[in-house]
Design a protein around this ligand. Structure first.
Ligand code: SAM
Length: 270
């Protein structure tokens, strides 16, 4: 990969959040996280010069990669030639593209090593919406470690919040691998970790929008008691009473099951 970078004169762009991975063993281990990819559709966001892409192609996946830095396209085209018929590259901003449409409704796995802000925005989009299960079968995503810990967090700690509820109320979220900052070129300031998410059954009678409204309000004032933080959510105080949830509790003490119950009550009474 270092040779590819040198041959194509690719210097990492800070503005595009480029921190590249070159270690082939590490990249193969990442590509193995979703299980056997042979013959499966994979969406990779931000392939850069193609380190992870190559590992995915070697694993036998049919990869569609979205990259917004056109400097990377020649290197990706060479990779495509080495794996005929397996790689499609789309030049563009992954935030502006309809991912389901790429695969014509067929299932696909998503893998990505993305800049922090884009990763969180895409994650929120993939995990949101009323339709469930989604067309994607798994998300395998690199985040800065602190964000990864917020995604897999359990109730009771400061890491537990909206991201944890969003990630876990109808999916399983695991911390699959920690990645040391020195594995990247150039090394970022912070440690990274890969989160692996698979869709689970969506609880019945719960609107995702209501759940989002309740968690946003509750964690928006996380130090306040629920009777205060949920004041602005119509029906929420009645829901606490009906569900025997003490209004003096704080958001971070409610487990995901309790948030789901709260959202179900709000859904039924709206
Ligand atoms: N996957 C490569 C690797 O692991 O070595 C590159 C990772 S680098 C952290 C992130 C890549 O995402 C860069 O190549 C960058 O140009 C690309 N990128 C950043 N924002 C993007 C966006 N909105 N849509 C598509 N690609 C994006």
């Amino acid at each position: 990969m270092r040779e590819v970078i040198a041959a194509h004169g690719l210097s990492a762009s800070k503005a595009l959040g480029q921190n590249f991975l070159f270690d082939e063993q590490l990249l193969s281990r990442i590509a193995a996280i979703p299980g056997d990819l042979s013959g499966r559709n994979v969406l990779e966001i931000g392939p850069g010069p193609g380190g992870l892409t190559r590992a995915l192609l070697r694993a036998g996946a049919n990869v569609t990669a979205i990259e917004m830095d056109r400097r990377c396209l020649p290197a990706l085209a060479e990779l495509g030639e080495a794996f005929p018929g397996q790689l499609t590259v789309i030049e563009g901003d992954a935030l502006k593209i309809d991912h389901d449409a790429i695969f014509n409704g067929e299932p696909y796995a998503i893998l990505s090593n993305l800049p922090y802000n884009v990763g969180t925005a895409l994650f929120t989009r993939w995990m949101g919406g009323e339709e469930w299960p989604p067309n994607w079968t798994s998300l395998t995503l690199m985040f800065q470690q602190e964000v990864a810990q917020r995604i897999v967090a359990q109730p009771g700690g400061s890491a537990y919040g909206r991201l944890a509820v969003l990630a876990q109320w109808r999916a399983t979220a695991k911390l699959a691998m920690k990645v040391h900052r020195s594995a990247f070129t150039p090394p970022p300031k912070v440690m990274s970790a890969i989160v692996h998410v698979e869709p689970a059954t969506m609880p019945e009678g719960v609107s995702a929008a209501k759940l989002e409204q309740a968690t946003a309000a509750a964690f928006g004032q996380r130090r306040k008691m629920l009777r205060q933080s949920l004041k602005g959510v119509p029906g929420a105080l009645d829901a606490l009473e009906a569900l025997h949830i003490e209004p003096t509790r704080r958001a971070e003490t409610l487990d995901i099951g309790e948030f789901v119950e709260l959202a179900r009550f709000l859904t039924a009474s709206s």
